[in-house]
Design a protein around this ligand. Structure first.
Ligand SMILES: NC(=O)c1ccc[n+]([C@@H]2O[C@H](COP(=O)([O-])OP(=O)(O)OC[C@H]3O[C@@H](n4cnc5c(N)ncnc54)[C@H](O)[C@@H]3O)[C@@H](O)[C@H]2O)c1
Length: 248
């Protein structure tokens, strides 16, 4: 018997990348997993592994309500759904600004609120921030970086609100994790630097002290640690997962 056996977990962004790896890890730990994503076809892998699919657009109130209803009584929540777009800061328009905040921040806050309020003592939430919250180094992803900074604020405020009920909330800040989102960044930013995607990838990895990117399941392992009772004295924290790229 593992500590997650039979407990309910909600994972957003479960159709791809870090969310998918986290859903698979939670299933392997014995949890019952509600897998939420806008991409129905992409959920097949976690559904085949035993997850219950919830197809919802978390940028909308109706989509969030569906996920919150499916997640009542959950012991674990992982907010991994997120989007990113690449555009010079001077060209960012209102619609794309509103959309990235709706997906990356509105969904995170309202799921923390709507699922957190019924979480049992010992429950835990992990929010996906990003190293770009601390190092706003790429002007073409400025709104993304801003939403990931807001994710830290959501994490701290909700951690404070839920601490009296012994429910913990932490954020993880990945650097470079090999997912479709990373491929999108490389393909969009490389031409702006006069490089190929492979050249840009190699140049970026040279800046990582450990000299490599991380597979999504390695990130899922740290997320599981933060959810687990081993991290029972940690709340409101922002944990770097960057191969040493960020050390503060
Ligand atoms: N990959 C990295 O290196 C990296 C680094 C830092 C932070 N992150 C963060 O980790 C999280 C997961 O990223 P990833 O790399 O696995 O990305 P990904 O693009 O592989 O997966 C994101 C998932 O979110 C889903 N999603 C997008 N919009 C949605 C919506 N409106 N409603 C419901 N689902 C929606 C997508 O369909 C997709 O399945 C994101 O929040 C991302 O910002 C990733």
């Amino acid at each position: 018997m593992g500590e997650a056996d039979g407990r309910l977990a909600v994972v957003t962004g479960a159709a791809s990348g870090i969310g998918q790896a986290t859903a698979l890890r939670l299933l392997a730990e014995g949890a019952r997993v509600v897998a939420v994503d806008i991409n129905e076809a992409g959920l097949r892998r976690v559904v085949d592994a035993g997850a219950e699919p919830v197809v919802a657009d978390l940028s909308t109130e109706a989509g969030r309500a569906t996920a919150i209803e499916a997640g009542q009584g959950a012991h674990y929540l992982v907010n991994a759904a997120g989007i990113l777009f690449v555009k010079p800061i001077w060209d960012v328009g209102l619609d794309e600004w509103k959309r990235i905040w709706a997906v990356n921040v509105d969904s995170m806050f309202f799921l923390c609120q709507g699922i957190g309020r019924s979480m049992p003592a010992g429950g835990a939430i992990v929010n996906l921030s990003s190293s770009s919250a601390k190092a706003a180094g790429t002007v073409e992803v400025a709104p993304y970086s801003m939403t990931k900074t807001a994710a830290l604020g959501v994490t701290r405020s909700v951690a404070y609100a839920l601490a009296p009920r012994s429910v913990r909330v932490n954020a993880i800040l990945p650097g470079i994790v090999d997912t479709p989102m990373q491929d999108t960044v490389l393909e969009a930013v490389a031409p702006l630097r006069g490089l190929t995607a492979a050249e840009l990838s190699a140049a970026r990895l040279k800046t990582v002290p450990l000299g490599r990117s991380a597979p999504p399941d390695e990130c899922a392992g740290v997320i599981w640690f933060l959810l687990s009772d081993a991290a029972a004295y940690m709340t409101g924290q922002a944990i770097n997962f960057t191969g040493g790229l960020v050390m503060l």
